[in-house]
Design a protein around this ligand. Sequence first.
Ligand SMILES: *[C@@H]1O[C@H](CO)[C@@H](O)[C@H](O)[C@H]1NC(C)=O
Length: 373
Amino acid sequence: MKLLYTSIILICIACNFINADFSHQVTLDQNSNFRLSWDIVNNDFIVFRVEANVKTWIGIGWYCTGCTGSKMAMMNADFTIGQFNSSGFLSVHDMVNGQYEPGQPVDDTTRGGTYDILSSSGYQIDGYSVMIFSKKLNTGDTRDHSIDPSQPFNMLWAYGPVQNNNLDEHPRTQAGQVTIDLLGNENKVIVVDSGNNLLRWHGSFMLIAFGVLMPMAIFTARYLKSYTWWFPLHMFLQTFAFIFMIVAFGLVIKHLDGLPLKSGHGIIGLILVILTFIAMILGGVSHLLWKKDRKTTPLFPDIIHHYQGRLVFLLSVAVIITGIIKYNSVPISNPFVICFSILIGLYISIVVYLEVVEKLNPNSNSIPLDNMK
Ligand SMILES: *[C@@H]1O[C@H](CO)[C@@H](O)[C@H](O)[C@H]1NC(C)=O
């Protein structure tokens, strides 16, 4: 009987039984319509169908029964990933992660394991990828996690960068972590997406700190010095920029469980945070050393503070753009990148305009910029 069932399943898969009705299905992601369907056969095999409206690799992963992921979601998970070639043909990878190669799944066979996908089928066309594969619930491979259908199934899902079938790292928004009841008819999917939420807050706070408050603070210091209130305003804006930055930095440390040293964005972001600290200190020292009767602005710390502040702002543009690209899947046509670039373009045009006006009309009724504090 067991053999019969197995043969039927394997034959069905071999004959591209792709639109078969599975007895269980959940949608894991609305954006990509990422769906997981499955059947458990004879309490011995499981057949999964993974499909999404994307043209990239697609994959799922799961933890050992009763284990949850560490803070790094992919640690210690067992992965099955479908990769397609340019003609749309599928190859299914049986992969492993965790202590062997954190961050990047590798084939079980390269880590002393075996290839345990019993049968597979699938295809890819524009806007749709599907893979079906069957596996024993317990493969006996030390690099696999056996699946106990009576237990909560803690799993990961992901798909790759847009229109890219190399097994390149997925953008953060294109992955998630869910718990599924494999035997339940109505699946309540608990989306454990807090990591993404932390990153959203991180990006939003940093954008306000460096994209809004800091440019206003620099503008105040450069162009509004004829008003006595420029300094309190400058301090007020920078203090809030600093608070937003610290909160955002804390969020990313919590998300990564450490300093952001693994990516270009993380490293230049860390340098930015350090330079911002230095700018704050130089600003404070400038204020303490300022004397009412001084004739010129000293190079240290004032002028250095002026230029270092601008450097911090320029670096922040690079950090924000790399951050948006890292987080989103469509770098070039990304609306956030385009809108942010327009904003920076506007800032720069305003500054160029004011500088030119100042040069052309040095005796206009404004007070010369550099003679002030
Ligand atoms: C994709 O894989 C299929 C099956 O292995 C093969 O016949 C086909 O030539 C491959 N296409 C490309 C572009 O490599």
